[in-house]
Write a protein that binds this ligand. Sequence first.
Ligand SMILES: *Cc1c(COP(=O)(O)O)cnc(C)c1O
Length: 369
Amino acid sequence: MKVPLLDLPGQYQALKSELNQVWFEVMSSAGFIGGARVKTLEEQVAQYCEVQHAVSCANGTDALMIIMRALGIGPGDEIITTPFTFWATVECITSVGATPVFVDIEPGTYNMNVSLVEAAITDRTKAIIPVHIFGQCVDMHRLMQIASERGLYVVEDACQAIGARHYGNMAGSMGTIAAFSFFPSKNLGGAGDGGIITTNDQALAARCRKIAGHGTSKKYFHDEFGQNSRLDALQAGILLVKLPHLDEWNEQRRTAAKSYGNLLEGCGLDLPEERPHNKATYHLYVVKAKSAAQAERLMGHLKDNDIGTALYYPLALHEQQAFTKNPGYVKPHLPVAQSCNERTFAIPCFPGITRDQVNYVVDVLESAL
Ligand SMILES: *Cc1c(COP(=O)(O)O)cnc(C)c1O
């Protein structure tokens, strides 16, 4: 049996006629940039995420970078974030000349350990970037209390968490502002790059829109230096076809995750822990081996049996060469994040995965254990 890590061709087959229709309509209208589809997508994503405003852009990384600029973050500012995430989270901080300050993660959820945040705040701290890793929300309830007491912005990196809930609140609706990615493999993915920013702050939304569009409020008149970050009409059209299916797809991921939780309990691997007030989207179902050697052996066994798997993430961000090559770099001590290096790997958990496929993955893993 073959079980990929994610089945995008299967998703295309299921929605083929609608997706092809978008392609032909956009091609024949030649309205490639902007237009009704982009506007409708922004409205529908705002509604879906339960926020007032959504501003589309070229990708999730840009969404984060535009947010940094819109908040006026720059050299001298410190931004508190997690070392266990995709590199873009930290790139947005360094791209504006600010300094990332990493706090360690908690075992089980792999999310920022919010109880460590207060100790990391200094006079220079401007914002906190929690990342809802693998689709489970950070303890935003506590984090927002800390941030409001200290007057800090909270930028949700919700790129893996569209549709996730925390005490009933939607990911991307709880912080000052949030970033989402429509990278093809994300829970809501386009046929290329795409991203969106969500917020309830109208002025901030307007600033993001201006920065994403060359600092323009009137065509060919520029109040400031912005950038070019646009979502294509084609991507917007494809995302509009997929959005109505997102809840069902996330439910299917949750069902698979629940089965893994039941079937793999006691197998000797650390399984993901969903906190009671959270509803996670299981962008990835990540298990943690006892050692790097064990992870390598298990992943080899999965691959030999046609099962997709990959390390998420092989190396914590504070240990990446981009930092460590600087002679003055003082590596923070983040033992939980470091304990994940080469040890945490994903097993298939995607919309449409069958019961048989889940059982097969479990059998193969258990025979290797
Ligand atoms: C995917 C992702 C991003 C970046 O999104 P792109 O659309 O690939 O630029 C940022 N942060 C996290 C946590 C992500 O998973």
